[in-house]
Design a protein around this ligand. Structure first.
Ligand SMILES: Nc1nc2c(ncn2[C@@H]2O[C@H](COP(=O)(O)OP(=O)(O)O)[C@@H](O)[C@H]2O)c(=O)[nH]1
Ligand SMILES: [Mg+2]
Length: 312
């Protein structure tokens, strides 16, 4: 591994990977506001659900940058054609560098291989590790192998949420730094992996089956109802995110990672393209999603979740 420069006319692609909710979008938004960001940086965002929440969040931070969303599947197994189409379009634009947010269930190496595409070259696989829940997730029977593979396949590791778990240490030889490190963005922008021979082989996909559910919001709801619904969900619902309009608290940005729920007011000049929530859960536990939704009675949000579940 090396971070020395490589001469190439190909457009470099930096992958930002890591498990669901690890902090990939947050890091990319930090990158976009950094003065050292090279001009002509485009962002590709692969969101697993059928509406691309992260694309809207990143677009709102990117004044003049190009942001392309790749939704409804994961590049590493099901939507690599969409990546090819996006790269074909970017080749025609004055783009000099690409940042690609992988979906939280992607194996970075598989996405890396798709980035060997005419006119492009993968530059580095940066993987976020969530200090607040990595120990638990990496031992999880269902997703542990994937979480560990994401770490093993990284060229540079970034520890996120160390503010929530300051004593966290990751015992790896791979270079690592915290997302609070003052040199984080400069280091990340410079990092380049050139030794293809040392790549870790990945045979069969480690990806467990996940299901996504989308609740498209039709009318405003109260913040209390929203809190109620989201607090009752089982922890096997790995991720919930979205923008929701409430009667009493305005537009809220919702992030639920495992059992940790964050809601904050979201201000932006234009009405967001999509209002609603994307739920991601492991398929083997989707019955818990269904019973949680049914247990919420006849509220509009619960019945819509239940319908989506029954129809999937
Ligand atoms: N406390 C804390 N929260 C963070 C940090 N990084 C990200 N988050 C929060 O974690 C949640 C998921 O972040 P996001 O960037 O959307 O994760 P992604 O799913 O990997 O793209 C959001 O609520 C973020 O505000 C961090 O360093 N510390
Ligand atoms: Mg994201």
């Amino acid at each position: 591994m090396s971070n020395s420069a490589v001469s190439s006319d190909s457009i470099p692609i930096t992958l930002i990977g890591g498990y669901l909710g690890a902090g990939k979008t947050t890091l990319i938004n930090k990158l976009l506001s950094h003065p050292g960001l090279p001009p002509g940086t485009a962002v590709l965002v692969n969101d697993f659900g059928d509406i691309n929440i992260d694309e809207s969040l990143i677009r709102s931070e990117s004044d003049d940058g190009t942001v392309i969303g790749l939704s409804n599947g994961c590049i590493c197994c099901s939507i690599s054609d969409d990546l090819s189409k996006a790269l074909d379009a970017l080749r025609e634009m004055p783009v000099k560098h690409i940042i690609l947010e992988t979906s939280g269930v992607a194996e970075p190496l598989r996405v890396w291989r798709h980035c060997h595409y005419p006119g492009f070259i993968p530059k580095a696989a940066v993987v976020l590790v969530d200090a607040s829940n990595h120990a638990k997730r990496s031992q999880d029977k269902y997703v542990g192998s994937l979480v560990c593979a994401q770490v093993e396949q990284a060229h540079l590791l970034v520890l996120s949420k160390t503010d929530l778990n300051p004593g966290f240490e990751l015992n790896r030889l791979t270079p690592q730094l915290s997302n609070q490190d003052p040199d984080l963005i400069d280091t990340l922008l410079e990092w380049r992996h050139i030794d293809e021979t040392s790549e870790i082989a990945s045979s069969s996909s480690l990806q467990p089956a996940f299901r996504t559910y989308t609740w498209h919001q039709a009318q405003d709801i109260t913040q209390a109802l929203l809190t109620d619904v989201l607090s009752t969900l089982d922890e096997s619902v790995d991720r919930v995110k979205g923008l929701v309009a409430t009667e009493d608290a305005g537009l809220l940005l919702i992030n639920r990672v495992g059992d940790s729920l964050n809601m904050r007011c979201y201000r932006q000049s234009a009405q967001p393209e999509h209002l609603g929530l994307v739920f991601i859960c492991r398929s083997s536990r989707s019955h818990e999603m269904h019973s949680a939704a049914s247990g919420l009675g006849t509220s509009s949000i619960a019945s819509q979740i239940a319908r989506l579940d029954a129809g999937n």
